[in-house]
Design a protein around this ligand. Structure first.
Ligand SMILES: C[S@@+](CC[C@H](N)C(=O)[O-])C[C@H]1O[C@@H](n2cnc3c(N)ncnc32)[C@H](O)[C@@H]1O
Ligand code: SF4
Length: 452
């Protein structure tokens, strides 16, 4: 008798590729330049997401391949902020009627900026882009070693709703092992500042599968995180990526990621958290404090609504991506210091007309738009609503993607007649299931990409 092989999505490690966005930026290529005025002309501009990228950090962590450079010269930071201002003006002139329903500052580490620089950034976002951070859900990323009481006060004064802080691990030796030496006292001081400030949403990032980490030490980190009662936790499986510090030096040990994932998931579900995706957990509201929450000055129910499936994103800064329905664009991308510095230098030298065009990215045809929609839905517990999909594309998702039925048979997805949703198995295999839906074109572009 011939033994049947398990489906590839169920075979071996689930950790194949994080589908943070589809298509991945390694599928972006140079495009004939197109003015942004034209790119956005037929887009609904009523509820856009404004994202600003700050590509600076105190150190280059050994696991990180984000677009960021460590310890830049102070002049470079000032020039970058000037270029960012020019970029904002150029984009605003190209899409003067755009309205933003959500705002985020990410990186890198935005809190690498001084209080005065952050204050100026918020001021300019308001005057140039017309975005009042207290009127729309606003989020900012920070790291323990760059956070101060003055910066926290500034965020409070601007009505920032969500602050996300990268912790990675509460065990000092683990952060040393992953090339991010971090004092426990610094971590606790930053978290106390944030917890005392009572932002509506405090998010902590943790990584599992770090060198030297065990399932027990991972559980310890998760428990330490819970002491600060964060509204959100992002738990990232470690990916060792080419050209990063870990990618160059790491000798592979046992892969504990799946055991860590299951331990943390079960622990969080038992401790008042719900799971929104493989990485994201959110604290369930306490019914007794619900009325207090909804009457707070940061009540978001009255704020404009952004929907990632239908509404576009405008990115400012090199490293930021922008999304319309049919075009995703950004500046070039690199991992190594030399490549990153040269992309930043190129950004600083641009004239307004060059900042108001798309010249590097990916054009999404109808098929790619469907794939993106699918991937943005079925890897989240909310799932894919077939009526909304049909309204957008005029077809049934299971006709477009027969694999949905196969995945339901395999126990990765469920379908209740209205909605496709991931099961517990589907969630833990998200990083294997997601790449399965990539188009041939995207796979090929990603395979051909040479990291710099
Ligand atoms: C922009 S950073 C967060 C803010 C800040 N720069 C910091 O590090 O504290 C984004 C997050 O992505 C996660 N991350 C980055 N590279 C990763 C990798 N190779 N594997 C797993 N998680 C990673 C880390 O948890 C990190 O906190
Ligand atoms: S993890 Fe954060 S601090 Fe470390 S290099 Fe990446 S963006 Fe910078």
């Amino acid at each position: 008798m011939i033994a049947t092989q398990p489906h590839p999505v169920l075979q071996s490690s689930p950790y194949r590729g994080y589908v943070y966005a589809y298509p991945h930026k390694t599928a972006y290529r140079s495009l004939p330049p197109r003015p942004l005025r034209e790119v956005w002309a037929n887009e609904d501009q009523r509820h856009l997401f404004l994202y600003i990228h700050i590509p600076f950090c105190t150190m280059r962590c050994g696991f990180c391949n984000l677009f960021a450079t460590a310890q830049p010269h102070r002049d470079l930071v000032s020039w970058y902020l000037e270029a960012l201002n020019q970029h904002a003006q150029a984009v605003r002139n190209a899409i003067p009627d755009a309205h933003f329903a959500r705002f985020a500052v990410g990186g890198g580490t935005p809190t690498y900026l001084s209080v005065a620089e952050l204050a100026q950034l918020f001021e300019r976002v308001k005057t140039v882009m017309g975005v009042d951070p207290s009127a729309v859900p606003t989020s900012i990323e920070c790291s323990p070693d760059t956070l101060t009481a003055e910066k926290v006060q500034l965020f409070q004064s601007w009505g920032v709703e969500r602050v996300s802080i990268g912790i990675q691990s509460f065990v000092e030796s683990e952060t040393v092992n992953c090339g991010r030496p971090q004092r426990r006292a610094t971590v606790d001081a930053a978290l106390r500042l944030l917890a005392d400030a009572q932002f509506p949403v405090l998010n902590l990032d943790l990584i599992y599968g770090l060198p030297g980490q065990t399932v027990d030490s991972w559980r310890y980190s998760v428990d330490e995180a819970l002491r600060y009662r964060p509204q959100e936790l992002y738990l990232y499986p470690l990916y060792v990526r080419p050209l990063t510090g870990l990618g160059r030096s790491r000798k592979d040990g046992a892969d504990l990621r799946l055991a860590c994932y299951r331990a943390a998931r079960d622990h969080l579900l038992d401790n008042g958290y719900e799971q929104l995706s493989m990485r994201m957990f959110r604290r369930r509201p306490n019914p007794r404090t619900q009325s207090d929450l909804t009457s707070s000055r940061n009540d978001t129910s009255a704020k404009p609504h952004y929907c990632c499936q239908n509404d576009g994103m405008v990115g400012l800064g090199c490293g930021a991506r922008s999304y319309t329905r049919s075009l995703h664009y950004s500046f070039d991308y690199a991992v190594q210091p030399r490549g990153i510095k040269s992309i930043i230098a190129d950004y600083l030298s641009r004239r307004p007309a060059e900042l108001a065009q798309a010249e590097h990215g990916f054009v999404l045809n109808h098929d790619e738009q469907k794939r993106r929609y699918l991937l943005q839905s079925i890897l989240n517990t909310e799932g894919l609503d077939i009526v909304q999909y049909e309204q957008r594309f005029g077809s049934d998702p299971s006709d477009d993607f027969p694999d949905l039925d196969i995945f339901a048979e395999l126990g990765l997805l469920t379908f209740d007649g209205h909605r496709w949703q991931p099961t517990a198995l589907g969630l833990e295999r998200s990083d294997a299931m997601g790449p399965w839906f990539f188009s041939e074109q995207v796979r090929q572009l990603m395979a051909e990409y040479v990291a710099q």
